[in-house]
Design a protein around this ligand. Structure first.
Ligand code: ZN
Length: 147
């Protein structure tokens, strides 16, 4: 621990301000539920209140998409999003006349909604997979060249 770390640690300990568990940012106000820097929930109450629960879940999804740290996150995203991707592919490449004949009341608005749902699912799968592979390659090169 160098001198700056000791000063920061002392400052954080003396004013007892909450510290973000994700980015270690010192939050100046006690009344803030989320970190102003990274958006992580700071207070445990943040994931229980109705509106704040939406923000907390959004943080989890953003974090899974931006920096998947484990292959479990990658597999979880694939399992959650694969039905949407397959549904979009069926809508896109399936036999349209048979599809519209089998589903009563499915018009263009349902088709457009399912296409958008499939496209968003596919984009999320691609983004998470790309970020996971980028992160895995980066950590492999970091462990090969420890500097
Ligand atoms: Zn933070």
């Amino acid at each position: 621990m160098n001198e700056m770390d000791a000063v920061e640690y002392e400052r954080a300990d003396s004013d007892s301000s909450p510290i973000c568990p994700c980015c270690l940012e010192i939050v100046e106000s006690d009344e803030v539920l989320f970190c102003p820097k990274c958006g992580a929930p700071i207070d445990p109450v943040a994931s229980m209140l109705p509106f704040e629960q939406i923000l907390a879940e959004g943080y989890v999804w953003r974090r899974a998409g931006d920096s998947p740290r484990s292959w479990v996150v990658l597999v979880g995203i694939w399992l959650l999003m694969l039905p949407g991707v397959l549904l979009g592919l069926v809508i896109l490449f399936g036999e349209r006349s048979a599809w519209t004949g089998n589903l009563e009341g499915a018009g263009w608005s349902e088709t457009v909604f399912l296409l958008i749902y499939g496209a968003v699912s596919a984009l999320l799968v691609v983004k998470v997979t790309r970020n996971f592979l980028k992160r895995a390659g980066k950590s492999a090169s970091d462990s090969a060249n420890p500097a």
